[in-house]
Design a binder for this molecule. Structure first.
Ligand SMILES: *[C@@H]1O[C@H](CO)[C@@H](O)[C@H](O)[C@H]1NC(C)=O
Ligand SMILES: *[C@@H]1O[C@H](CO)[C@@H](O)[C@H](O)[C@H]1NC(C)=O
Ligand SMILES: *[C@@H]1O[C@H](CO)[C@@H](O)[C@H](O)[C@H]1NC(C)=O
Length: 289
């Protein structure tokens, strides 16, 4: 009896004091250091927490010169090799990191509790603003030849270039996004099952984002076919056919969206600090049980 009480006591102490670890995934043309400021706030708010920021390859260059298939494989290898993460973690991806994080969760069945994406690109990008971040010689390759294999194999942004006038080519020839969004003829039920294991899926976008087009891609909305108007959730195939389980998550009250008001590059930085602490930190304030 005494032993049992002791055990219960120990279990309570341990489980109430160990915050669930957090994995951070940076955006395009950036390295893991871009997430340092946010990691610092997390360590201050949740004393003793394990926070790790994944670096893809050599950092900034590989973030756009590695196709996303490879970036996701790399991400999964890192995470699965980290013994601190074995019991589960919360996952936060920023910008391009949003779909690396989600792709990794879907493909590698990672033990993620809450998935959080900040100003992500879930329904792709289309248009010049996003390309401004890339070296000039790459821009035309994407606007003209995005769906050609050599481009798909070389530039990460081509893997989520969603041209509303060429949606058929996007679906059949774009290597990454149509796959993790389950837009192919044959769905991957594992992807959906893994999404439905989430406790919460939290997405944000910024109403003054000057890089991601359309901005609403951050909350999984994209251009309607042959138009530059953003399609509402309930009109989009992603929701009507519940391709990766978003509608189910919504109906279960597990889907959250927030609108921030900062420039794209400022999303994980000081100008967005209050927004993040108020809206996002509550989803990271949980312990391993
Ligand atoms: C985490 O939740 C606890 C309990 O609700 C609360 O007291 C604490 O202020 C929260 N911490 C943060 C950083 O939000
Ligand atoms: C679904 O995805 C998993 C993980 O990437 C893969 O192993 C499996 O072969 C895929 N299944 C189908 C039917 O494509
Ligand atoms: C679709 O969603 C919009 C905005 O969320 C809502 O106002 C509208 O009533 C919905 N339409 C249907 C048919 O559910």
């Amino acid at each position: 009896m005494i032993r049992l009480v002791f055990l219960l006591f120990i279990t309570t102490v341990i489980s109430s004091s160990v915050y669930r670890p957090i994995v951070l995934m940076h955006g395009i043309i950036a390295s893991a250091h871009d997430m340092d400021e946010l990691a610092g706030w997390l360590r201050t708010s949740f004393p003793g927490i394990y926070v790790t920021s994944i670096e893809i390859g050599n950092g900034a260059e590989d973030s756009f010169l590695w196709p996303l298939e490879k970036q996701v494989e790399h991400f999964c290898r890192h995470v699965l090799a980290d013994e601190h993460l074995r019991q589960g973690f919360n996952l936060l991806g920023y910008s391009q990191g949003s779909i690396i994080a989600r792709g990794a969760l879907e493909r590698c069945s990672l033990p993620v509790h809450n998935l959080i994406t900040l100003s992500g690109v879930h329904q792709g990008v289309f248009g010049v603003p996003y390309l401004i971040m890339l070296p000039a010689q790459f821009r035309e390759l994407i606007t003209k030849y995005a769906y050609e294999k050599p481009v798909q194999n070389t530039i990460s942004a081509a893997n989520y270039w969603r041209d509303p006038d060429r949606l058929k080519r996007y679906t059949s020839e774009c290597h990454f996004l149509p796959d993790i969004n389950n837009e192919h003829e044959v769905r991957n039920e594992t992807y959906r099952a893994n999404m439905l294991k989430l406790n919460a899926f939290v997405m944000t976008y910024s109403d003054i984002d000057e890089i991601v087009a359309p901005r609403h891609s951050g909350i999984f909305m994209g251009y309607a076919p042959n138009s530059l108007h953003v399609e509402t959730w309930n009109n989009s195939r992603q929701f009507t056919e519940d391709l990766i389980g978003l509608r189910t998550l919504f109906e279960q009250g597990k889907l959250y969206t927030f609108t921030s008001h900062v420039k794209h590059q400022d999303v994980p930085h000081k100008p967005n600090k209050d927004f993040l602490i108020k809206n996002i930190f509550p989803f990271l304030n949980n312990t391993l049980s």
